[in-house]
Design a protein around this ligand. Structure first.
Ligand code: ZN
Ligand code: ZN
Length: 247
């Protein structure tokens, strides 16, 4: 179709099917696909420092002044396989709307914009020396059902932005129920022992796991455990959104 005609068709369709922002309810022309206006998209802000050195939760200024470990109350002094999580922000508002469109409404094209938010919400020191990005795998059945793995799409986009290779180093050995549909106790048990490295995979020393939403951290913790048992020495994770409570 000639350019002037497609432009005209666009204005006609905007007239009859205006884009209404799911964040603020206002009509808009420029924004994230047809779901968020530019102002709501730009309101997705990164967690501000100080953040917990383990789970990435943002805490009030001065929270770690007298602390030995700069961790939030939920992480305490526990031993974890996962070394550091960075998240764009709490899983709510425009971030949740954008994620929903990306994961459940077939808007895979949003992956690049969301991955950019993940890159810019993590300080340069977090990425230093990272050899490989590892998406959290879906079970083969779930991936067939959905047609793609949202975490792999984000890893691909982050890899492009940061110049760090990504690899499907882990596989999921059996299907589990979606974490977000479970109680907290069930979430902690659900992913136990279901992730393992791909056969014959050589696991580098410094890795970053990529996932979309952090609920209890149990899935990422299992993935980190499996990577460390296979040779990884530092395993971080970067996620889009996290539910406000860690455990
Ligand atoms: Zn809006
Ligand atoms: Zn924490």
């Amino acid at each position: 179709m000639p350019k002037f005609l497609s432009g005209l068709m666009g204005s006609v369709s905007d007239l009859f099917f205006p884009k209404i922002c799911q964040g603020c309810g206002e009509r808009f022309e420029t924004g994230l696909s047809n779901i968020l206006c530019l102002s709501c998209l730009n309101s997705i802000a990164a967690y501000e420092d100080p953040v917990c050195s383990h789970c990435g939760m943002s805490l009030p200024p001065g929270a770690f002044e007298d602390a030995v470990l700069s961790r939030c109350r939920d992480c305490g002094d526990g031993n974890y396989h996962l070394d550091q999580v960075r998240a764009v922000g709490p899983y709510e508002g425009p971030l949740r709307i954008a994620h929903h469109g990306f994961k459940f409404e077939g808007m895979e094209a949003l992956g690049g914009i969301l991955a950019d938010k993940m890159v810019f919400s993590s300080p340069p020191a977090f990425w230093e020396g990272v050899e490989t990005l590892v998406p959290v795998p879906l079970s083969p059945e779930r991936e067939r059902e959905r047609g793609y793995n949202p975490a792999a799409l984000l890893a691909f986009e982050i890899s492009r932005a940061k110049g760090i290779p990504w690899r499907l180093l882990l596989r999921k050995t059996k299907s589990t129920r979606p974490q977000m549909s479970l109680t907290r106790e069930e979430r902690l048990k659900n992913p136990k022992g279901v992730y393992c490295p791909e056969e014959g995979a050589k696991v580098p020393s410094k890795l970053v796991l990529v996932d979309d939403v952090f609920t209890t951290g149990a899935t990422l913790e299992e993935c980190a455990k499996s990577l460390k048992e296979a040779g990884g020495s530092w395993v971080g994770a970067v996620v889009l959104g996290r539910t406000p409570r860690y455990f």
